[in-house]
Design a protein around this ligand. Structure first.
Ligand code: B4P
Length: 185
C-alpha cells in the first residue's frame, strides 16, 4: 500500500506517519526530515537548503524529486516493507507531476491520499508550543501561506484518479490515528 499524508504545516503529518507506518509496515519518507538531517550533517545539500527552511519557503522541486526518486525505487524492491508513506511531499504541482512519472516508472501507484484538516488558529498555537527553529510566528505564518497558495491546490491534480480521504486533524493524536486506521482497513 502506497500512501501520501497531506495537510498544512503542523497538522500532524509527521506525528501520524510515525504511527501508521508501524501499523501497516510502510517505509516512512518525510522530505522535511531528510532536509533537516542534511542540514544537521552539514552536507552540501544541507548548506544549500538551510536558509530556505529557516524562512519557511519551499526548496526546489528538483532537489526533493531526487530524494523521492531514490526512495521509491529502493522500497519497490524491498520485500520487508509493504509500501511507502510520503509525508510532506508532494507540495507543488511540479512535484505532483514528477511523482506521477517516478511512480509509473517503478510500476507502482498511489493507493490513497490522507488529508489532515486543521484550522490556521489551532496550528499557530501548536507550533508555538513545539519551538523548532522554523516555528517562529513569522515563519509559521509564511509556511501556512505557501501551503494555501501552492500545496492545497494540487489536490485537484488527484481528483478522480486517487482516493482522497479528509480527516479532522484537530482531535487527540490517538483519535486521529484511529480514524486513519479505520479508513485504510
Ligand atoms: P515538514 O517537515 O513537512 O514540517 P511540518 O509541515 O511542519 O510538519 P507536520 O505536519 O509533519 O507536523 P508534526 O506532525 O510535526 O516541513 C518543514 C520544511 O521543510 C518546509 O517548511 C519546507 O521548507 C521544507 N520541505 C519539506 N518538504 C518539502 C517539499 N516537498 N518541497 C519543498 N520543501 C519542502 O506536528 C506538529 C506539532 O503538532 C508537533 O509538536 C506535534 O506534537 C503536534 N501535534 C501533532 N498532532 C497533534 C494533535 N492531534 N493535537 C495536538 N497537537 C498535535
Amino acid at each position: 500500500m502506497n500512501l501520501v499524508m497531506f495537510g498544512p504545516p503542523g497538522s500532524g503529518k509527521g506525528t501520524q506517519a510515525e504511527r501508521i507506518k508501524r501499523r501497516f509496515k510502510l517505509e516512512h519518507v518525510s522530505t522535511g526530515d531528510l532536509l533537516r538531517k542534511a542540514i544537521e550533517s552539514k552536507t552540501e545539500l544541507g548548506k544549500r537548503v538551510e536558509g530556505i527552511l529557516a524562512a519557511g519557503e519551499l526548496v526546489s522541486d528538483e532537489i526533493v524529486l531526487e530524494l523521492i526518486d531514490d526512495v521509491v525505487g529502493r522500497v519497490g524492491s524491498d520485500e520487508t516493507v509493504a509500501g511507502w508513506l510520503l509525508d510532506g511531499f508532494p507540495r507543488t504541482s511540479g512535484q505532483a507531476v514528477g511523482l506521477d512519472d517516478i511512480v509509473a516508472a517503478a510500476g507502482q501507484e498511489i493507493d490513497a491520499i490522507v488529508v489532515l484538516d486543521v484550522a490556521r488558529d489551532a496550528i499557530l498555537k501548536r507550533l508555538a508550543a513545539r519551538g523548532r527553529t522554523d516555528d517562529t510566528p513569522a515563519t509559521v505564518s509564511n509556511r501556512l501561506d505557501v501551503y494555501e497558495e501552492l500545496t492545497e491546490p494540487i489536490l485537484k491534480h488527484y481528483e478522480g484518479k486517487v482516493s482522497i480521504h479528509r480527516i479532522d486533524g484537530d482531535q487527540q493524536i490517538e483519535e486521529v490515528t484511529e480514524a486513519i486506521e479505520r479508513l485504510l482497513k
